[in-house]
Design a protein around this ligand. Sequence first.
Ligand SMILES: NC(=O)c1ccc[n+]([C@@H]2O[C@H](COP(=O)([O-])OP(=O)(O)OC[C@H]3O[C@@H](n4cnc5c(N)ncnc54)[C@H](OP(=O)(O)O)[C@@H]3O)[C@@H](O)[C@H]2O)c1
Length: 400
Amino acid sequence: MTRVETAFQPTEMRSSRPSPRRLALLGATGSIGRQVCDLVERHPDRFTLHVLVAGSDAAALEAVARRHPEAHALLAHAAGADPIRAGRAIDEAVSDPEVDLVVVAAAGSDALAPTLAALDAGKDIALATKEVLVMAGELVRERMRRHGSQIFPIDSEHSAIWQCLWGEHHRAIRRLILTGSGGPFLRRPLESLETVTIAEALTHPRWKMGPKITVDSATMMNKGLEVIEAHFLFDVPYGAIDVVVHPQSVVHSMVEFVDGSIKAQLGIPDMHLPIAVALSFPERLDGVTPAPDLAALGQLSFEALDGVRYPAVALAREAGERGGTAPAVLNAANEEAVALFLKGQRRFVDIIPSVRAAIEAAQPTDDLTLEAAIAADRWARTHVRASAGGTSPVRSKLPA
Ligand SMILES: NC(=O)c1ccc[n+]([C@@H]2O[C@H](COP(=O)([O-])OP(=O)(O)OC[C@H]3O[C@@H](n4cnc5c(N)ncnc54)[C@H](OP(=O)(O)O)[C@@H]3O)[C@@H](O)[C@H]2O)c1
């Protein structure tokens, strides 16, 4: 059997996997988390939920826990609780010997610590939270090597690349081609981006996702973060990772090989599919989604990325190439700028300049330790918040 020879290219699940597979789910109440629960409920013979973790929404977590009474449910930010003790309890829960697979779908950089704890316990990870790899990709790689753990990507683009690479040799890869829909503002006149409202930025033409990633899709910072994620997942240099705009979101990404072949993975835009691939690997579940109807689609189109409309992709690439703590600064500055936009305290067009200003002001270190990544994250957030006053906020409300 041929293999892709990188630390991140698993070709077989350990044979001792029990069925049903016992999952710890971080981000149980979010967009990805709800779809994981849905798959578990549709396939009780294949999966059970052993641990459920959410951020602060106790009522939503309780609703999930009621359907899975056997699961240990935990909140990271319960009102009045000590966050350090809560963090420790989560680290212990994901490291429980009973857990077979840890699904990481918690929002943003909060997911880093429990992911590292799970890797240290030798757990395999199904990873949705790209911020973990952006913030600390080197560290994650090192922990995986040390403990023999694997990562199964959930992000649809990386799932597509992963599937294209099954059975291939790493040396046969010429480049990875990430596709992106371009989000809601692909055709909108550039001048009118000044007045983008929160509701407009949260209306993605193809995907239903949580608010942060939906705004990232509108700026295409999401694609920039995915370039860094792909670099760490597949051990491919930045110069061999391209982005192409594909408005239909049917081709989820591609791999070009040295012989001139391109392999692509196609599917309807529905996260159930990449989630199912990660949870059930190396098998496939029956009937997760309908396959795309190609004749009904008629056309699939691709276009070059417009760097003026979407400067975030080049900015992320630069931070990735700079390495060290630079991607952690990028990630945290972006999370903070998006959060300010979602609170109505910053304009949409100010998000990426805020991130750029943080990167330019930062003094990233080359050595990436957990402490350095956390310090860079905190510094970037403070920098973005401190410079928040300079622009006139657009006042609009989240859609009901
Ligand atoms: N949604 C998608 O289709 C999609 C696709 C590809 C990749 N992703 C990635 O997947 C991740 C999750 O995205 P999402 O759209 O599902 O986000 P989301 O809908 O905003 O959900 C976030 C989840 O994380 C929980 N959470 C917050 N802080 C936490 C903490 N400290 N520990 C554990 N859980 C915590 C939230 O709980 P509370 O509600 O209680 O705060 C919620 O359950 C993101 O990194 C995103 O980039 C998402």
